[in-house]
Write a protein that binds this ligand. Structure first.
Ligand code: ATP
Ligand code: MG
Length: 569
């Protein structure tokens, strides 16, 4: 490709709203442009990168027997009503009506559509298993679109779906998928971790996420420094209660006046105790009413753990008014002693004694409280958020480390959630109708490219892993007006193209400095600089973007070496 025929609108400045480096660099390198909030045009240079990601995904999906297909982006409401997600998906689902006033949505995901296809055309266990995938545009009306195409509203996803006669076959495909994903992200040059994950709104029984480790990641990943346990922090488990319970209490519940002291810190400061001597009483609202949860004063409750334990569709912190109306007690002085709600208790509270809680009276707390003696509890479980240094739940000697991560891929075993809802059945070997067992598997194409930039950049711009680079080589004549220079550049360019190497010939009449800056900004791995002085001396300058290293190569004699060198990258 000749630069003068390309369209690479590079910029010196990045837009003010671009918070993360990948967003800034994609804009500055002329890869993407915003059309509306969370909606981006992919320009030619960006498209070349996304096609690379897609091709790697395609090859790895095909290698495990995936069949590529292409489903409609517009989906009829009826299917979503059948699955129950028309109401459940909420505002993230973009809904539209056609001219006959029929309801549709723009697909945020395709479980319904694919299940509908399979229920119509797959009748027997003999046709199973089936693995189908597509690479297609999704729309999700995200609350906070940001970070460019990393969290867009419109974005490209590879989504795959598998259908099986039983759980065992599903597990096999799931394991194949884990390996395929590991291959994909390795080939994309990413430093990633596969972590255990919550199955979220798609629902189901089993799931892993693929996290690219980067400080800008929106997720937190907890992993063991000793064994290979790793989990999204949302789901990171803690060791069950220690064998030794708390020693008996020495005191009895005693009211103390704590005027205006509502927060843990205020109470701890006022009473001269540590926050680890206080028990926090948190109240949540869910579809069945209110529940209370107890954690140590200096800990954070993990809402997802409580939500999953209750098996509810939604769970939110109850507001002050709801709490006051339903319990009759003032927020800030709420406590578990005598509280008429179901009370779930984090294991760690079981190891405390003589602790402080609210007294369910204004400006008053209780000291000397003992869990089982003074509080009617519903259940003890793992409720708190993991912090760095906590013991690993899976091995003996490990401790948690925590890093930020970008979720680039997500795989689920769905079980029969959708097949049951949509009455998608097959006949088993005994001629009996059974619901399909399903799995689903997603990768964000744009997010993967953005994550690669988060991990591979420097102050000059992007440093593409060679597998994702839009071009492998930039051929840069120092002076486009000097005939021998121009000729040599053309010759090298042609030779590279003939060798199947993606080369960009920078045939612009610009200064060398400007050309080099653009080659650096756009992250092209190898730059061949051709200048009159070097040519006379019979050599070329080859620069490597990643290391900044520069080498002199005999010209024209060294061209074969050049090709070998580039192919080795
Ligand atoms: P997130 O928690 O980041 O919103 P999700 O759990 O909603 O992701 P999935 O429904 O599992 O995501 O989608 C599969 C993949 O699609 C994700 O792993 C991610 O790479 C990508 N993806 C999801 N939402 C977006 C988005 N708004 N913009 C770009 N890519 C996305
Ligand atoms: Mg999401």
């Amino acid at each position: 490709m000749r630069y003068t025929q390309m369209f690479i609108p590079t910029l010196k400045q990045s837009p003010a709203d671009a918070e993360v480096i990948s967003h800034q660099l994609m804009i500055r390198a002329g890869m993407i442009r915003q059309l509306a909030s969370g909606v981006y045009s992919i320009l030619p240079l960006g498209q070349r990168v996304l096609k690379k990601v897609e091709q790697i995904i395609r090859e790895e999906m095909n290698a495990i027997g995936g069949l590529e297909m292409f489903l409609p982006s517009i989906q009829p409401a009826e299917l979503w009503k059948e699955s129950g997600r028309w109401d459940f998906y909420g505002k993230e689902l973009l809904r539209l009506n056609d001219r006959h006033d029929r309801e549709f949505c723009y697909g945020p995901t395709h479980e319904e559509v694919i299940t509908d296809i399979v229920r119509r055309d797959v009748k027997s266990y003999k046709q199973l298993p089936l693995l189908m995938y597509q690479i297609q545009t999704k729309f999700r009306d995200e609350v906070r679109p940001r970070f460019g195409i990393m969290r867009g509203r419109e974005f490209t996803m590879k989504d795959a779906y598998s259908f099986h006669a039983d759980e065992k076959s599903t597990r096999k495909t799931y394991e194949d998928m884990k390996r395929a994903y590991a291959n994909i992200f390795t080939r994309c040059g990413l430093d990633f971790k596969m972590v255990e994950a919550d199955s979220g709104t798609i629902g189901g029984s089993f799931s892993h996420e693929f996290m690219v480790l980067a400080d800008s990641g929106e997720d937190a990943v907890g992993f063991c420094d000793h064994c290979d346990y790793a989990s999204n922090l949302e789901k990171a488990e803690l060791k069950p209660a220690a064998a030794s319970p708390a020693p008996d209490s020495t005191g009895t519940p005693t009211e103390v006046s704590t005027p205006g002291k509502k927060t843990i810190d205020e109470v701890a400061g006022f009473l001269g105790t540590g926050p680890e001597q206080i028990v926090k009483t948190l109240v949540f609202e869910y579809e069945d009413g209110l529940v209370a949860a107890l954690v140590r004063g200096d800990r954070q409750l993990n809402l997802i753990k409580l939500k999953n334990h209750l098996g509810c569709d939604w769970l939110n912190p109850a507001d002050e008014k709801t709490i006051a109306d339903k319990t009759g007690y003032p927020v800030g002085f709420l406590g578990p002693v005598g509280l008429d709600l179901k009370i779930y208790v984090d294991h760690e509270v079981g190891r405390m004694h003589d602790f402080v809680t609210g007294a369910n009276k204004p400006d008053t707390h209780l000291t000397g409280v003992q869990l089982h003696r003074d509080i009617t509890i519903t259940e003890m479980l793992d409720l708190r958020e993991v912090i760095a240094g906590d013991l690993c739940p899976r091995c003996e000697n490990g401790h948690y480390q925590i890093r930020r991560g970008i979720e680039v891929g997500h795989i689920f075993i769905l079980g029969t959630k959708y097949s049951k809802a949509l009455k998608a059945n097959f006949l088993d070997p005994n001629g009996k109708e059974q619901p399909f067992v399903m799995g689903c598997y997603g990768i964000g194409v744009g997010r993967t490219a953005a994550a690669a930039i988060e991990q591979n950049h420097d102050e000059k711009g992007i440093v593409w892993p060679p597998s994702l680079a839009p071009f492998q080589v930039s051929v840069i004549p120092v002076n486009q007006n000097a005939e021998p220079v121009k000729e040599a550049a053309e010759k090298i360019y042609k030779m590279l193209i003939d060798q199947g190497i993606e080369a960009l010939l920078d045939d612009r009449k610009d200064r060398l400095g400007a050309k080099l800056k653009d080659a650096e900004l756009t992250g092209i791995p190898v730059h061949i600089v051709i200048g009159p002085k070097n040519l006379e001396a019979g050599n070329l300058e080859v620069k490597f973007r990643k290391t900044g290293e520069s080498r002199s190569l005999p010209f024209p004699g060294g061209l074969d070496d050049l090709v070998t060198m580039i192919k080795a990258l």
